[in-house]
Design a protein around this ligand. Structure first.
Ligand SMILES: [Zn+2]
Ligand SMILES: [Zn+2]
Length: 356
């Protein structure tokens, strides 16, 4: 094993990320060092980098929390992980506390998020607790025509909507609306479809709508620029009628992470609806919260995904029920500054995965 690693570190808001070398020390008990295969670029990273959202760990810090790779060193008690291909959860709970024991690891007070609480994945190596690591079956990976780097996006872009879909109780026969089908929302639509729901995808970008339709991730697509906000509920309702689906109990996933998108999603509440907020924005919206009461509806949120759900989410990918290929593109880690700019300017239509 090499003795030095490299990471690209953020030192201040908007300042170029700089490469630093660091010494690879032996992992502590219960920890493993992972040689990184790929790390996805998430809008949360851009929030830290461009918008001044504070990281819990002081700067300088390597960002990046969508990580896959191979265990190359293991501390005591973690030896069985050596050599394994793994996905590192974006939120690593402690696994010991009362909340973790009750399956609520996403709100574990001792959780560690790479690129926020600890050094992140825009690096050659990372050392993490083995708690919650998700094993990747490499023969199935090969059969699916995917590389270990490709499945880095399972660590957030796939599992975060997976947790949202499971939490919302999506089942066959449901009408699901996904607002915003780039990245996370695209996987949300595919997951809901895989679980038997009929999905309506809404976006302002016709390319993204075409991509999600092409992989059969949505039964209907709506360009939000072509439908008046107050007309949106009627258009979805007409589709529900056409498909013989209920006009009640819609499950709505807000994945755009924009104020306008949140308005649209809230405006789709029907009786017994579930609204799941998956996308994030600092912006505020004006809504009549009492509509939740009037419609006997509920609103949900989730911070990442508990590690317990990762294997099932990965299964959908390895079985080909979620298409990753058309939604991921690889770039060298050395081009991180350019890739950040391109993602920020929305010049990339696929999720960028940086390869050390
Ligand atoms: Zn993320
Ligand atoms: Zn815990």
């Amino acid at each position: 094993m090499t003795t030095t690693g490299k990471r690209w570190m953020m030192s201040a808001i908007g300042q170029p990320l700089l490469q630093h070398s660091f010494e690879l020390t032996a992992p502590a008990a219960g920890e493993a060092t992972v040689e990184i295969a790929g790390c996805g670029v998430c809008h949360t990273d851009l929030g830290y980098y461009y918008d001044g959202v504070r990281t819990n760990h002081a700067l300088p810090l390597a960002l990046g929390h969508e990580i896959s790779g191979r265990v190359v060193a293991a501390g005591s008690g973690a030896e069985s992980w050596l050599g394994r291909a793994v996905i590192i959860p974006a939120v690593i709970p402690c696994g010991q506390c009362d909340l973790c024991r009750r399956g609520k690891g996403t709100i574990c007070p001792n959780q560690k998020m790479p690129g926020n609480d600890i050094q992140g994945g825009f690096a050659t190596h990372i050392t993490v607790p083995t708690q919650g690591l998700c094993v990747v079956d490499e023969s199935r990976l090969k059969q699916a025509g995917l590389s270990l780097a490709d499945v880095a996006v399972v660590a957030d872009a796939v599992t975060t909507p997976y947790q949202a879909v499971i939490q919302a109780g999506v089942r066959p026969g449901n009408l699901v609306v996904v607002n915003g089908v780039g990245g996370v929302g695209g996987y949300c639509a595919q997951i809901a479809t895989a679980l038997g729901a009929t999905v309506v995808a809404i976006d302002v970008d016709p390319t993204k709508l075409a991509s999600i339709a092409a992989v059969r991730g949505a039964a209907k697509t709506i360009n939000a620029r072509e439908v008046e906000p107050r007309e949106m509920k009627r258009v979805v309702g007409a589709f529900a009628t056409e498909r013989g689906l209920s006009s009640k109990e819609w499950i709505i996933f807000e994945c755009s992470g924009t104020a306008a998108g949140q308005q649209t999603a809230f405006g789709l509440l029907v009786h017994g609806a579930t609204l799941a907020v998956v996308g994030f924005t600092m912006d505020k919206v004006e809504i009549r919260l009492s509509n939740l009461m009037a419609f006997h509806a509920r609103a949900l949120g989730n911070w990442g995904c508990v590690p317990e759900l990762y294997p099932a989410a990965l299964d959908l990918v390895l079985d080909g029920r979620i298409q990753l290929r058309d939604f991921v593109e690889q770039h060298p880690l050395d081009s991180i500054n350019q890739v950040f700019e391109d993602v920020h300017a929305r010049r990339l239509s696929r999720r960028a995965v940086l390869i050390p």
